[in-house]
Design a protein around this ligand. Structure first.
Ligand SMILES: *[C@@H]1O[C@H](CO)[C@@H](O)[C@H](O)[C@H]1NC(C)=O
Ligand SMILES: *[C@@H]1O[C@H](CO)[C@@H](O)[C@H](O)[C@H]1NC(C)=O
Ligand SMILES: *[C@@H]1O[C@H](CO)[C@@H](O)[C@H](O)[C@H]1NC(C)=O
Ligand SMILES: *[C@@H]1O[C@H](CO)[C@@H](O)[C@H](O)[C@H]1NC(C)=O
Ligand SMILES: *[C@@H]1O[C@H](CO)[C@@H](O)[C@H](O)[C@H]1NC(C)=O
Ligand SMILES: *[C@@H]1O[C@H](CO)[C@@H](O)[C@H](O)[C@H]1NC(C)=O
Ligand SMILES: *[C@@H]1O[C@H](CO)[C@@H](O)[C@H](O)[C@H]1NC(C)=O
Ligand SMILES: CC(=O)N[C@H]1CO[C@H](CO)[C@@H](O)[C@@H]1O
Length: 886
């Protein structure tokens, strides 16, 4: 451990004495070095100076440059030398600033840097007082630190700051000398410089570009909220996690484990000014260095998304407002009649009796029989639960409430005794379940099991309104006590919706659950509901299942997944959905997608046509509509939309084993599934800015049309071989944009040279398809090589990976030879599966002879595009083979 001393450099900048520091405080700092000292309202020179900050106009107008900013000598100094802890360093700090922004400053701090592995570093700053810390499960790294990729440098002039340096390149990936460091009870702030402007992540907000802009200091407030997209508003979940592609393509990411109301300001230095209203500073750095390494290291810590059942990869259909069983049936009937591939039908809250959880309304009286009938056709059924349970039903009639009282499962008012009253979908007051308690988990499990066994044989459950959403502000009866600093903290992030009130549309911050105050636990409410929901659903269903949550926090993907919430049926929202999908892949929640065709407002036929085409390539593919809007299931529109939806979903279903394999890789290694081009091409400066195209793994590039009335699309192709999925023709542009044809009924899909992709003969649902023959797409790179693997299992039993009940094929091609190896052969069904066709792309000149295991195979055709289509192989899928193409 001693050799790790090398990773620590203590820099004493002797030139800056205290006199020089005092002078600096008066200085007008350059615009892009300023951190706002008056982010709250009121900002006169007098108010600024009163705070001990510097007042000075901006040199360039209209850039949101603060006129009141922190002097450079604001903050803390080290007390003594850093102490080697054997796995990092500990540094004591004391506050040297006598002024204050909001009061409550901690005078003594403890900084801990923990070298958790060569690629993982933890930085934790606390104040030696009991404070809220998020009880987030963080798994240890696979290996301890022996030769870290990073150095940590402590600086003590003019005040304490810290740098993290990537050793291999000298790049400073984090540098808190940007200043403005505050550690006060309800106002913690740390500003830091970043090594490049290629910064991604931070959620959940509507974001209009995937790569962040630093212009005019964009703000992202994080406080879970039932909020449809509206500017940069804080939305359903809280994901304090960002990824940076450094200027040389090396990548790192940082997660900040803090669950209080918080705010990220994109600072022009470039950097980030991070503010939070509580907890501690607890940052995890993941050093990559590749984009996929970074995603793997982050997901190793917070947990990886478990493989969903195979059927969950099929197309799914939902709406709020079928309102009766007949309408739901008519919708399913027209889906089936149109032969659009389709796996899952949903019932939203309108199937309930008066919007009460665990009930069925009279207009859905025959639903359970219908669900059983759907299952005989290979379809699945999902329904919904909300966390606020009606508290006003006739005594003796509503078991969820009565059992809840008995088991004491509710979030309480500040007195810790009286249940907090909310108003959500049920007609009267409701109580919020406190999922931090064991008794609540038990209660939830009992109700889910009884509901499944006695009322409705659902295959999966979806949890909504768990920000938690409330239609009134705070308690329905008493509102919130404005006289305490939890409900009315001295600073509320400027960017939060709700007129500066944390309790706008949710509980009061001084309400309590078993972990503490809602002030601290609000943002993890959805996470706390997630685990008991999936555990209970699995027990009820008895098979592999999955669940969706609207609210999310770091690590949600360990249990369940997220859909992108209540978006609008408009063209910009369709574009933003790609950004949301890519972000959640960085957040280790890869099985994600928005509501196809949009949730709110009427979708036009063309919007829905294009969105269904794009939607075939979201990892999670569901069309979902809100109450009161026109029908938007793909079969509701004219025949053209039916045909184009069918075409796009047929591509999806053909590629399902590839998608499933990507999800299996995520579970095992933490790779992303839907990913930006830069994940595969991090040194391509154009790829770094692309968010209108995306990839599945490293093998497939999707280029949707995102604007109305366009029949061509601009597509960027990195400097690599790509082939048209449909024709097999090679793209003749590299490292540049080109214009592709994109008629209304068509979505561009390309295969990346170097990949071997598994396919399967598609069918109308996964149940009918699962045993169909596989095929391979063998797409050669510049060296005539390609490689790939695929994963398969029964798609439905629990823990096939942990129990080793699966199959993996490893495939590689070079020198005109494909090697197919059954690498893991523990799925018994694999012996009945065959590989029947191979599409060979990029073989030039075209082969004149093909042999399989040395025997000539004459059934192949060279298509006009140059693709060689090899058919009738009939090879048993779990038996190795060699194919030569000369
Ligand atoms: C890492 O070190 C810790 C304690 O220093 C030890 O408990 C753990 O087993 C080590 N992990 C590995 C993977 O070596
Ligand atoms: C809750 O249950 C977990 C395990 O299920 C147990 O470890 C824990 O002690 C329980 N907590 C309480 C307060 O009973
Ligand atoms: C949606 O379409 C319906 C039916 O045409 C119409 O009644 C309703 O006003 C439309 N709603 C909106 C928000 O445009
Ligand atoms: C990219 O394509 C444009 C338009 O065809 C062309 O003018 C430009 O030279 C190309 N750039 C490169 C780097 O090939
Ligand atoms: C490629 O295969 C041919 C026979 O098909 C063989 O003669 C040659 O040595 C191989 N080259 C390499 C580099 O493996
Ligand atoms: C080639 O294989 C295809 C697909 O199995 C089959 O339909 C066709 O009859 C075969 N052709 C020949 C010439 O064997
Ligand atoms: C495929 O191979 C199996 C034996 O492995 C054989 O029974 C079957 O007839 C073959 N099918 C075709 C279409 O050749
Ligand atoms: C389609 C759309 O607007 N998607 C946005 C919906 O909201 C989520 C947040 O829940 C964003 O991430 C999506 O970009």
């Amino acid at each position: 451990m001693v050799q790790k001393m090398k990773s620590f450099v203590f820099v004493q900048l002797l030139l800056l004495g205290s006199f020089a520091v005092a002078t600096l405080a008066q200085q007008c700092l350059p615009d892009n070095e300023r951190i706002d000292c008056h982010p709250d309202s009121g900002n006169t020179e007098a108010e600024c100076l009163q705070r001990g900050c510097t007042y000075c106009p901006a040199s360039i107008p209209d850039q949101n440059t603060p006129t009141c900013f922190f002097p450079r000598n604001w903050g803390y100094k080290m007390v003594g030398e850093p102490v080697n802890t054997g796995h990092g360093f500990r540094v004591a700090l004391e506050r040297i600033t006598t002024s204050t922004v909001f009061g409550g400053d901690s005078n003594e701090l403890n900084v801990e840097v923990d070298f958790q592995s060569d690629y993982r570093l933890r930085l934790k700053i606390t104040d030696n007082q009991p404070r809220w810390e998020v009880p987030l499960k963080i798994d240890p790294p696979a290996t301890n630190a022996t030769n870290p990729l990073y150095d940590v440098i402590f600086v003590n002039e003019p005040v304490f700051s810290l740098k993290v340096v990537r050793k291999a390149t000298g790049t400073v990936i984090f540098d808190s000398s940007l200043g403005g460091f505050n550690f006060a009870d309800q106002f913690i702030q740390i500003g830091f410089k970043l090594p490049s402007r290629n910064v991604y992540g931070i959620g959940e907000n509507e974001q209009h570009t995937f790569r962040h802009s630093f212009e005019k200091r964009p703000l992202f407030g994080l406080w879970a909220r039932d909020q449809a997209p509206s500017g940069n508003a804080n939305m359903y979940g809280v994901q304090p996690h960002y990824t940076v592609v450094e200027n040389d393509g090396n990548t790192h990411s940082v997660a900040i484990v803090n669950s209080n109301a918080q705010e990220f300001e994109m600072h022009p230095s470039p950097g980030i000014v991070y503010k939070t209203l509580g907890g501690v500073i607890d940052m995890y750095f993941f050093l990559g260095p590749t984009p996929e390494n970074t995603a793997q290291q982050y997901s190793e810590a917070v947990g990886r998304y478990p493989l969903p059942p195979y059927w969950a990869l099929g197309f799914q259909l939902c709406r709020f407002g079928y309102n009766n069983l007949e309408t739901m049936k008519a919708t399913v009937d027209r889906m089936i009649a149109s032969e659009i591939p389709f796996d899952v039908q949903y019932g939203d809250i309108d199937i309930m009796d008066g919007n009460l959880d665990f009930t069925l309304g009279p207009s859905f009286a025959g639903l359970n029989d219908y669900v059983k009938e759907l299952k005989t056709q290979g379809l699945k059924f999902m329904t919904i639960l909300d966390p606020c349970v009606s508290a006003v039903e006739t005594p003796g009639t509503y078991r969820p409430y009565e059992l809840g009282n008995e088991m004491d499962v509710w979030v309480k008012r500040a007195d810790g005794v009286t249940p907090a009253q909310g108003k959500v979908w049920p007609a009267g007051a409701c109580y919020f379940a406190d999922f931090s308690k064991n008794s609540t988990r038990e209660w939830w499990k009992i109700l889910i099991k009884e509901f499944h066994d006695n009322m409705l044989e659902f295959d999966a459950l979806w949890i909504d309104m768990n920000e938690p959403a409330n239609f009134v502000d705070g308690d329905m009866e008493e509102g919130c006590d404005e006289g305490n600093s939890l409900n009315t903290p001295p600073y509320v992030p400027r960017s939060l919706r709700g007129d500066g009130k944390l309790y706008d549309n949710t509980l009061c911050p001084d309400h309590v659950d078993s972990l503490g105050k809602h002030y601290d636990t609000h943002n993890i409410y959805g996470l706390m509901e997630a685990e008991p929901t999936i555990v209970a659903t699995q027990e009820a269903v008895g098979k592999r299942t999955f669940s969706l949550s609207r609210s999310s926090f770091l690590g949600l993907g360990r249990y369940i997944t997220h859909w992108l919430g209540d978006n609008f049926s408009n063209w910009p929202n369709m574009h933003h959905s790609i950004i949301g999908m890519l972000q959640f892949n960085l957040f280790a929640i890869p099985f994600v997608g928005p509501d196809i065709c949009g949730h709110l407002s009427n979708a036009t036929a063309q919007l829905c046509q294009r969105w269904q085409e794009l939607g075939a390539f979201y990892p999670f593919s569901r069309n979902h509509n809100a109450d009161g809007y026109i029908e938007q299931d793909p079969a509701a529109f004219n025949g053209e939309i039916i045909e184009s939806t069918k075409k796009a979903l047929t591509v999806r279903y053909t590629l399902l084993p590839y998608l499933y394999s990507l999800l299996a890789r995520h579970e095992r290694w933490g790779d992303t599934v839907a990913r930006p081009l830069w994940s595969n091409f991090p040194t391509d400066s154009i790829a770094l800015g692309i968010d209108r195209q995306f990839m599945w793994g490293s093998g497939i590039l999707i280029t949707p049309v995102l604007e109305e009335d366009q029949t061509t699309v601009q597509a960027y192709f990195p400097d690599s071989r790509f082939y048209d999925y449909y024709t097999g023709a090679e793209v003749n542009v590299r490292g540049n944009y080109t214009t592709l044809d994109a008629p209304l009924d068509f979505i561009n899909v390309h295969i990346h040279g170097g990949s071997i992709i598994v396919t399967q003969v598609p069918a109308i649902n996964t149940d009918a398809q699962r045993n169909n023959p596989f095929g391979l797409i063998l797409a050669l790179n510049d060296n005539g090589e390609a490689s790939g693997s695929y994963f398969y299992d029964d798609g439905i039993s629990f823990d096939t990976v942990a129990n080793h009940n699966y199959f993996i094929a490893q495939m590689s091609a070079s020198n005109k030879t494909l090697n197919y190896v059954s690498w893991m052969n523990q799925y018994p069904g694999m012996g009945q599966m065959i590989v029947d066709t191979i599409r060979l792309l990029g073989a030039s000149p075209a082969p004149t002879s093909i042999t399989v295991n040395g025997a000539p195979h004459s059934n192949f055709t060279v298509l006009p595009s140059g693709e060689v289509l090899i058919s009738g192989l009939n090879l048993t899928a779990n038996v190795d083979f060699i194919m030569q193409y000369n």
